[in-house]
Design a protein around this ligand. Structure first.
Ligand code: HEM
Ligand SMILES: *[C@@H]1O[C@H](CO)[C@@H](O)[C@H](O)[C@H]1NC(C)=O
Ligand SMILES: *[C@@H]1O[C@H](CO)[C@@H](O)[C@H](O)[C@H]1NC(C)=O
Ligand SMILES: *[C@@H]1O[C@H](CO)[C@@H](O)[C@H](O)[C@H]1NC(C)=O
Ligand SMILES: *[C@@H]1O[C@H](CO)[C@@H](O)[C@H](O)[C@H]1NC(C)=O
Ligand SMILES: *[C@@H]1O[C@H](CO)[C@@H](O)[C@H](O)[C@H]1NC(C)=O
Length: 257
């Protein structure tokens, strides 16, 4: 009996592997029993089957492989976030997307498209907040590192004005700036960070790769290094200062936030 049960479980696991291996990566909105995160990047990968469409039981190798396959984003720029993600639940090796809404783990205040945790729904897309990005760089069809930095400032000023408990340390700023550089690099020019608004808007609003609108996955891998120059511009345009100090956070050998 026990033998039969484990054989059944093994078979189910094998079938899941096969199903993923043959996923055609067409976009599908999540069904009611599939979970998603506050991250438009991970959600888009799941909506295209580059991550398990269930949104559950996701491993770090799943994320690393999915980011390369879907976006050509290299592991160096997302590995730390992925490792933090394991702390969102009790599994030693996997995470569920919805659990990533855990406040102040990776999830942070002053997001582009989600409310601050203390103010409301920090998980789902919010068009009112997203209008700061949608209305940025008026008169142009492109977002740029400068406009992305300005949007970060608008969103942080709003949080500071309305959220008495806003968390705004170097950690949140580094995460927010990395997230800006990621959407600019994936949907725009990897060197200049100039990105068509149409592509970025579809990514945030629909959590979909705008393939039918003409987007192509970058031929060059997006890495921390390719994002360096645009990050400097993002920082300058955001005119950022911390609201609180944070204890030095060690996230790897020689890497302190
Ligand atoms: C695969 C490449 C990735 C891309 C393109 C990406 C992109 C983004 C972007 C653009 C945002 C900003 C959303 C906003 O401000 O409204 C974001 C937020 C977030 N990301 Fe990702 N991300 C990636 C990988 C990851 C990984 C590996 C994790 C952790 C497992 C993660 C967890 C999060 C979380 C929790 C947020 C919410 C932060 C917040 O706004 O409060 N992301 N991501
Ligand atoms: C991360 O990417 C580098 C460069 O492509 C590769 O050499 C390394 O094996 C990757 N690490 C993991 C954990 O996949
Ligand atoms: C802010 O934090 C304090 C203390 O933790 C708490 O009493 C208060 O309800 C919080 N306010 C908001 C708006 O979250
Ligand atoms: C979106 O965010 C705004 C501003 O915080 C809030 O007033 C509104 O209720 C949110 N909308 C939804 C659908 O949660
Ligand atoms: C990005 O922009 C640079 C500078 O304008 C240009 O030389 C390069 O060809 C562009 N890259 C792509 C992939 O279009
Ligand atoms: C930048 O921030 C400083 C300090 O918070 C402030 O005095 C200054 O007015 C800001 N500049 C702009 C252009 O927002």
């Amino acid at each position: 009996m026990l033998f039969n049960v484990s054989q059944f479980v093994f078979t189910l696991g094998a079938l899941t592997q096969v199903a993923r291996a043959y996923d055609n990566h067409e976009w599908k909105a999540p069904t009611a029993d599939q979970v998603r995160s506050p991250c438009p990047g991970l959600n888009t990968l799941a909506n295209h089957g580059y991550l398990p469409r269930s949104g559950r039981g996701i491993t770090i190798p799943d994320i690393i492989d999915g980011a390369v396959a879907g976006f050509n984003v290299g592991n160096d720029s997302i590995l730390q976030a992925a490792k933090f993600g394991l702390l969102s639940g009790s599994s030693l090796t996997t995470m569920d997307l919805d659990a990533l809404a855990l406040h102040n783990l990776v999830e942070h205040d002053a997001s582009i498209s989600r409310q601050d945790w203390a103010l409301g729904d920090n998980l789902h897309f919010n068009e009112t907040l997203f209008s700061a990005l949608a209305n940025s760089n008026p008169g142009s069809d492109f977002y740029t590192p400068t406009s992305a930095g300005e949007v970060q400032k608008i969103r942080l000023d709003d949080s500071i004005a309305r959220n008495p408990n806003v968390t705004n340390t170097n950690k949140e700023f580094k995460l927010r700036s990395r997230e800006s550089a990621l959407y600019l690099s994936i949907f725009g020019n990897i060197t200049t960070g100039v990105a068509p608004k149409k592509f970025v808007n579809i990514f945030f609003r629909e959590e979909r790769l705008p393939i039918e609108e003409g987007w192509k996955r970058s031929e060059t891998q997006i890495t921390a290094e390719t994002m360096n120059a645009m990050s400097v511009t993002i920082h300058a345009a955001s005119n950022w200062t911390a609201s609180q100090a944070c204890e030095p956070l060690v996230i790897g050998p020689g890497v302190v936030l």
